[in-house]
Ligand binder design. Structure first.
Ligand code: HEM
Length: 121
């Protein structure tokens, strides 16, 4: 990688990955502290799966089904990025969910409403 590629990638990782990850962990911790039974089950899963801190690496963590469910549900309940990165329709009429949308229209879809809509379906 060139120096400017390293600087560019680092900037993206810090700005896109820093606050998002911190906010996600904060939300998940909040909900677990409010629901001690869930926290206890997660602790049991982690403690029964590993013998030492150094055993906790990416691959075996993928098998922690309960913890991964907490992460999925935490992201749904507490989306770190609740706003929407809008998309713009292209040069022709597009049909979205049965509606004809003219060209060049900006369509935001707030992530929070999407997450809570999924609860109702
Ligand atoms: C819990 C943690 C994270 C959350 C909630 C999150 C959330 C998001 C969201 C909502 C988008 C926009 C998707 C869209 O286009 O609508 C996005 C894009 C992106 N995120 Fe993350 N992110 C997280 C972690 C990270 C990390 C750790 C990195 C990098 C190390 C990262 C790098 C990026 C990049 C590069 C994009 C742009 C992708 C593209 O459009 O090509 N994110 N993220």
């Amino acid at each position: 990688m060139t120096h400017s590629e390293i600087v560019g990638s680092t900037t993206v990782m810090v700005s896109a990955g820093g606050e998002t990850t911190a906010a996600a962990i904060t939300g998940m911790t909040y909900y677990m502290l409010k629901n001690r039974e869930i926290l206890k089950k997660a602790q049991e899963e982690v403690r029964s799966s590993f013998n030492s801190l150094s055993d906790i690496t990416t691959k075996p963590v993928e098998n922690l089904t309960y913890l991964n469910a907490i992460i999925e549900e935490g992201l749904r309940m507490y989306p770190p990025n609740p706003a929407s990165f809008a998309r713009r329709t292209k040069k022709m009429v597009e049909v979205i969910d049965g509606y004809e949308i003219p060209p060049n229209v900006r369509i935001p879809w707030p992530r929070t409403s999407k997450m809570f809509l999924l609860t109702l379906l």
